[in-house]
Design a protein around this ligand. Structure first.
Ligand code: ZN
Length: 425
């Protein structure tokens, strides 16, 4: 039994407390205390449901030099995540039930965050032949995606949505028109022109989202079950507008935003530092504002990290040759707690919902609230400020665009079904 004493509670429903949270048998037994072998002082801290990340590149199998399940899932629990969806763009891609089972088994042995593998939509993520959605789901895959690549063939995407629909599996898309983004390394606009760098236009994202929404309409018309489309790492104002309009029209589409698109803009590229190179690229301030509005009005229902670790050497290449990606599992919550909630007044229960109930709903999981009987997958957050220190990351990617930023809201205790998986003494 664990007792977290005198702690304020926050979940999607609101803030309340203080309470004495008694945990045993993997559940919250009481909010009014009781006998326990481990007593944790929760004074001044916040207890929230464990976070779920819909989008992490854990690189195993094949690219363990960048990250592996052990380092990635440890980074996750340090970031307050109890559940992680891994992207299948590994080497080889995760496109068979055997590969999904192997990942799940290994993650289970590690006993850190729970792994929910994403599986490839097409064989080898090559965009030509669909994978076997039924077998993948049976093995434990929770969504299908060719993320890392774009879905250039609209018919294949439609067929994928139709195959996934009766299984209740969402199809997640990296929505960029490859022929329009070409070799862009940063947001296309006056700054890219001034810096002499190839631009990736916001229209590449908007055009692809518009197409994918039509593909979804087509699949919806052809299917008895509801096909579900999830748009990954939304980055543009126009993209937000398209999703908003589609959701208002009742289309079964959801979308996520990343910590980097919510806190950084293209201005960061002024120093030509590849640490800020990511796909889709960091955009203009008006895009960032539009993403925030989308989070507030329910257009966007999830914050997902797109944690994408690379080796230091790869990220130290010049801007044109460095790989795309930013690691963020360990900083995502404190970053947004500080930058959105503390500095801009973004409502805390809404922010927590974007890390919990929003992403859970995408996977068809029930909401998780702090009440008696609820599963004890929880995170204790400390409002004390501390700087981002990449050298201390559990992730193998020990660099960060936010290095040195002073943040509050760091996870100091993470529980998965009542089991301590991370604790700062
Ligand atoms: Zn992507």
């Amino acid at each position: 039994m664990i007792l977290i004493k005198n702690v304020n509670l926050v979940d999607a429903k609101g803030i309340r407390g203080p309470a004495d949270v008694l945990i045993g048998e993997g559940r919250i037994l009481s909010l009014e205390g009781g006998e326990a072998s481990l007593v944790v002082d929760g004074s001044g801290k916040l207890l929230a449901p464990g976070f779920l990340d819909l989008h992490a590149h854990l690189r195993e199998p094949g690219e363990e030099v960048k990250e592996d399940l052990a380092s990635g899932l440890l980074a996750a629990v340090r970031g307050g995540y109890t559940d992680v969806v891994s992207m299948p763009n590994t080497r080889p891609p995760v496109d068979t039930p055997e590969a999904v089972r192997a990942l799940k088994a290994k993650a289970l042995r590690l006993g850190l965050a729970r792994l929910h593998p994403g599986a490839a939509l097409t064989v080898g993520q090559e965009g030509e032949r669909l994978t076997q959605a039924g077998g993948l789901k049976e093995a434990g895959a929770v969504l299908l995606t060719d993320d890392g690549r774009t879905n250039e063939d609209a018919f294949i995407l439609a067929a994928g949505l139709l195959q996934a629909a009766p299984l209740g599996l969402p199809v997640a898309v990296h929505a960029e028109d490859a022929s329009l983004r070409r070799n862009g390394v940063m947001n296309d606009g006056s700054l890219a022109h001034r810096l002499g760098l190839p631009g990736n236009p916001p229209e590449a994202e908007a055009a692809r989202i518009a197409r994918d929404l039509e593909v979804l309409r087509y699949a919806l018309r052809r299917s008895k079950a509801t096909p579900r489309l999830h748009v990954q790492h939304l980055s543009t104002r126009r993209g937000v507008e398209l999703i908003r309009e589609a959701r208002r029209a009742g289309l079964p589409v959801t979308a996520e935003a990343t910590p980097h698109h919510l806190t950084l803009t293209e201005e960061a590229l002024k120093g030509f530092d590849p640490i800020f190179k990511v796909a889709p690229p960091l955009r203009a301030e008006e895009d960032r504002e539009a993403l925030l509005e989308g989070l507030l009005d329910g257009t966007l229902t999830a914050i997902a990290t797109d944690h994408a670790p690379h080796t230091q050497a790869e990220k130290e290449r010049d801007l044109l040759r460095a790989p795309f990606g930013i690691p963020s599992l360990e900083v995502a919550f404190p970053l947004l707690y500080t930058e959105l909630h503390l500095k801009r007044g973004f409502p805390l229960p809404r922010l927590v919902a974007l890390f919990t109930d929003g992403p859970r709903e995408v996977l068809g999981l029930k909401p998780l609230h702090l009440e008696e009987g609820a599963e004890a997958s929880l995170v204790l957050l400390d409002p004390k400020e501390a700087p981002v220190e990449p050298a201390r990351f559990a992730s193998k990617a020990r660099y960060s665009p936010w290095a040195g930023w002073v943040l509050a809201g760091w996870p100091v205790l993470t529980l998965v079904e009542g089991r301590v998986v991370h604790r700062v003494e």
